[in-house]
Design a protein around this ligand. Structure first.
Ligand code: ZN
Length: 250
């Protein structure tokens, strides 16, 4: 049992499961590539882990396209990036990391991806799911939202509602003994219209350490650290992870 959410998050804090009704303190973070979960949700993941929640990272692709270094074979890059993701997550208290191994850069929000995520949700039974906001093609007029990010976000939203909830969707899961599952809260990063802020000021350095655990992706030098500190500093001096929060109605 860790600290309470009110101690770690303050007034604006995520919802809590009704444990008397069998809801579990579990959060599933679904990301397209190894490193996206750390960009989007390292802070909230670390805070939830400190509160005693079971946080699981689920990475949709194998990250096999994410290098310009000609010395990397795809196989070597995949193995390296998986280890980087496990190392980064461990810094945050997230010791449970899974990979779906779809091909990097080729992800589509079709039946295969949807079914894989539904299976994970039914198996893990998370109270909350964190993922990419699938809607923006351009984020804050500053970034192109990678097509793998959009596909992951869209398949995850569709998995949460209604696919994981209804037993006639992917009935082979039910036949295999998995229960249906209602996710209660959805949190989307990379949103153009965030409505929920997590104050990560106290653990920004830990988030940056998690990003530095991906040396195949980022330069691990002082300039990068300075850039990250600046990127996550709001005008009022706080550091925030900003989400679009949806409390599920059904
Ligand atoms: Zn990515």
């Amino acid at each position: 049992m860790g600290a309470g959410l009110e101690d770690l998050f303050g007034n604006e804090r995520p919802g809590e499961p009704d444990e008397a009704n069998g809801e579990l303190r579990r959060a599933l973070v679904v990301a397209a590539h190894p490193d996206d979960a750390d960009f989007g949700a390292a802070g909230v993941s670390a805070l939830l882990a400190r509160a005693g929640w079971h946080v699981r990272y689920l990475v949709a692709t194998d990250g096999s396209k994410g290098s310009d270094d000609p010395s990397f074979t795809p196989e070597r890059l995949v193995a390296m990036r998986e280890q980087e993701q496990r190392d980064a997550a461990a810094l945050l208290g997230v010791t449970d990391v899974r990979f779906l191994h779809f091909t990097d850069g080729e992800l589509v929000a079709g039946r295969a991806l949807l079914g894989a995520i539904v299976r994970e949700i039914r198996e893990f039974q998370p109270y909350a799911v964190y993922t990419h906001d699938p809607e923006p093609v351009i984020i804050r007029n500053s970034f192109v939202n990678h097509s793998d990010h959009r596909a992951t976000g869209l398949a995850t939203v569709d998995a949460v509602y209604p696919a994981a909830r209804d037993r006639l969707n992917f009935p082979e899961h039910i036949e295999a003994g998995l229960p249906t599952h209602k996710v209660r809260e959805l949190y989307l990063w990379g949103a153009n219209e965030p409505n929920f802020d997590v104050d990560i000021s106290d653990i920004l350095e830990l988030k940056i350490q998690a990003l530095l655990a991906h040396p195949s992706q980022f330069p691990t030098d002082d300039a990068f650290i300075t850039r990250m500190r600046t990127f996550w500093r709001e005008p009022d001096g706080r550091s925030l992870e900003r989400f679009r929060r949806v409390v599920m109605f059904f």
